[in-house]
Design a binder for this molecule. Structure first.
Ligand code: NAD
Length: 692
């Protein structure tokens, strides 16, 4: 055995050389790995006793991707084009032996080899698109030559891995070998290559599948239609399409050049930087400064939910989906029946779309026990309260629940705004109380704000975070304050949106700017969707805001067919002349001189105060890191990933610019725009939120 470098070894079995990469945990394609492959393959190729070379990985996987920490840094070590000359351009057959996942650069390297064998559990894919990139070492040129253009487009644009059997069917791998016997299988395959004089099969020279797509633009048109919605605002997917198109239209080397250039052009873009930032930010949320990774977690085998309304039903579904039994409690049979029926209807509609079997629906419904009294929750390890947003009611519920819940059970509230410490004080176990703030629809939205009370015990926090992971959410730890992180910042935008429509903009102007920025909808469309009457009451309404006036007219949003917009039967919105007149009259009554407001001002007025609030949240320690705030906004409110979240966005445009604009607004419009001391400090020190 010869050590090529710290991560690669070369051995020989008869006339087959075996190059083993061993770079835990996932054999990422680091400089060491690239050097090892280049030098090891070159050494084997130069050995007259060697007739074929197998490249295999130790540990749990083949090369699982690029070393993304290297992106954007000065290049070092062997380049991927160099590997291509050594592998594909070398004199001896190279066989990639694949287990685990061959992703990104790892998959591209496998495609540079002449043959590929894999175990049935292996997976292949190009996740680059999720980082705002495209494969940059031949992936877009070689894969279509094996799998055909349609399949390659799907793999590259979706970023989703595909299984070994699919790879075999497409011709991406040449042979599947017995699970657990990759080494033997690869050596046997190498033997066959030598004995049958199979020679060097270079993917670059294959053209039949490429030719089949030539002159068929409809292939690309269909993909463009399929992905236009999903990738609204994203740039990389267009580059990916162009690169695959080049595989069809251009000679291989020219296609390679185009792909490489497109890849290099994407790396420094704000979008790709944002997407790579989010990738790491999502991994950081789980780390809690003062709660060690090995903090014991409490077993949660049964969950209780109080309130079977909008949130209670959705929250329950998360646990049912994870196979955890749920007891759901209401005060009246009718409300309970309605809640349970809604859960079933949701499952049935998923089943209709083919995403669940009828048996799955029954299994899940079978785990649900409805109840009408809190004593039904006495065997639950965790109870989540989702009753009306009213402190007196919540305190009453927690006081009673404390008596019925077993000792050691965790009591959580799904409150949107209320003080968790005050709720906890209604029990004798404040150390076992916390907030678990789900977002609507709770069975869909990925965000869970885990709200830490003053007395919440560390194992309780650790348990909630672990549970978040188990039910497929991103858990973000936040502190007690009005609206926690997400809604507290949202309130800033809502206030400005309301001011803007009195000062001169129309709701659809504000919504258009926010939508074009990349959010799924603007503040007024969002209000119409949620219902303008949340927190409104007929008795106390005094026509004192536009919203009150609309509610009084029974324009309560989509559900009543009218709100800020008019809606047709298909719930399509059109700007409402009625609302326009209401706004103009209201502004006139208030003596407001309406003016033309630019799109830039709308955007800055809506977003800069949010950033400013984010700075206050950080200074108060209500969020652990700026990147946690960004994860809240991406997963709870649909902030576009390619803009990295509000705090990343602020860093990108420059905190000095944000501060200067806030000061300018403050001078003309008052203290809503008073800069946060932390923002001023960061600017004075020439720092970013990311440096904190
Ligand atoms: P909802 O009105 O749809 O449901 C509340 C349910 O609680 C009702 O079915 C009611 O009958 C039931 N209920 C009231 N008192 C009860 C009691 N003492 N015991 C048992 N059941 C009782 O309200 P929702 O929208 O589901 O909101 C529930 C909580 O979730 C609120 O605190 C709200 O702020 C929060 N929340 C709501 C959203 C949202 O978008 N709707 C998002 C996040 C958090």
């Amino acid at each position: 055995m010869t050590a090529i470098n710290v991560v690669t070894d070369l051995t020989r079995e008869g006339d087959v050389a075996l190059l083993t990469i061993d770079s835990p945990p996932v054999n990422a394609l680091s400089a060491d790995v690239r050097n090892g492959v280049r030098d090891g393959v070159a050494q084997a190729a130069a050995d007259p006793a060697v007739k074929a070379i197998v490249v295999i990985c130790a540990g749990r996987t083949f090369i699982a991707g690029a070393d993304i920490a290297e992106f954007g840094k000065p290049p070092k070590g062997a380049t991927l084009p160099e590997l291509q000359s050594t592998l594909e351009g070398g004199p001896k057959a190279v066989i990639a032996a694949i287990h685990g996942t061959a992703l990104g650069g790892g998959f591209e390297m496998a495609l540079m080899c002449h043959y590929r064998v894999a175990v049935p559990s292996a997976k292949f894919g190009f996740p680059e698109i999720k980082l705002g990139l495209i494969p940059g070492a031949g992936g877009t040129q070689r894969l279509p030559r094996l799998s055909g253009v349609e399949n390659a487009l799907e793999v590259i644009l979706s970023g989703t891995p595909f299984a070994a059997r699919q790879a075999l069917e497409w011709g991406v791998v040449d042979s599947l070998v017995e699970e657990g016997k990759l080494r033997e299988g690869a050596l046997a395959f190498a033997r066959k290559v030598i004995d049958a004089h199979m020679g060097l099969r270079k993917i670059r020279d294959l053209s039949d599948k490429i030719e089949a797509a030539r002159g068929r633009p409809e292939i690309f048109d269909k993909v463009r239609r399929d992905y236009a919605r999903k990738y609204r605002g994203f740039e990389a997917w267009q580059s990916a399409m162009r690169a695959v198109q080049a595989a069809v239209d251009l000679p291989f080397d020219e296609g390679m050049k185009l792909e490489r250039q497109a890849f290099l052009d994407l790396i420094p873009t704000a979008q790709s930087r944002a997407q790579r930032y989010v990738f790491f930010a999502e991994r950081k949320v789980w780390k809690i400064a003062d709660v060690a990774d090995d903090t014991p977690v409490l077993p949660v085998k049964k969950v209780g939910v109080i309130g079977a309304g909008t949130m209670g039903g959705g929250i329950s579904m998360n646990f049912l989906n994870a196979g955890i039994p749920v007891t759901i409690v209401e005060t009246a049979q009718a409300a309970l029946d309605r809640g349970v029926a809604t859960i079933r209807r949701n499952y049935d509609s998923t089943a209709k779309k083919g995403r669940l079997t009828a048996a799955d629906v029954e299994t899940r419904m079978g785990l649900l026990s409805p109840g009408l009294h809190l004593d039904a929750l006495s065997d639950c390890d965790l109870v989540i309260e989702a009753v009306f947003e009213n402190m007196d009611i919540k305190k009453d519920v927690f006081g009673k629940l404390d008596k019925f819940a077993k000792p050691g059970a965790i009591l959580a509230s799904n409150t949107s705004y209320l003080d968790i410490d005050e709720i906890a004080a209604a029990t004798k176990r404040p150390d076992h109380v916390l907030g678990m703030h789900f977002f609507s629809p709770a069975n869909v939205m990925r965000l869970l704000e885990v709200v830490r009370g003053a007395k919440t015990a560390k194992p309780v926090i650790a348990t909630a975070m672990q549970l978040a992971k188990k039910i497929g959410k991103v858990g973000v730890l936040v502190g007690v304050c009005h609206g926690f992180v997400g809604n507290r910042m949202l309130a800033q935008r809502q206030r400005e949106a309301q001011k803007l429509i009195l000062e001169g903009a129309m709701p659809w102007d504000v919504d258009r700017v926010i939508y074009d920025f990349g959010l799924p909808m603007g503040p007024f469309a969002m209000s119409d969707l949620a219902g303008l009457d949340i927190g409104w009451s007929k008795e106390t309404s005094k026509s004192s805001t536009i919203r009150e006036i609309l509610c009084e007219m029974d324009r309560r949003g989509q559900k009543t067919g009218a709100g800020f917009y008019d809606y047709d039967e298909g719930r399509n919105a059109t700007p409402s002349p009625v609302v326009e007149k209401i706004i103009l009259d209201f502004a006139a009554r208030k003596g407001i001189n309406r003016r033309t407001i630019s799109d830039d001002e709308i955007l800055q007025r809506c977003i800069y105060p949010m950033i400013n609030e984010g700075a206050k949240i950080l200074a108060e320690g209500k969020a652990q890191r700026a990147s946690d705030i960004d994860i809240v906004w991406i997963n709870g409110y649909g902030w576009p990933i390619y803009r990295g979240g509000p705090m990343f966005y602020a860093d990108l445009i420059g905190l000095d610019k944000v501060l200067a604009t806030l000061r300018q607004f403050e001078a003309t419009m008052g203290e809503d725009f008073k800069p946060a001391p932390l923002l001023e400090k960061l600017v004075a020190e020439n720092k970013h939120f990311q440096d904190l």
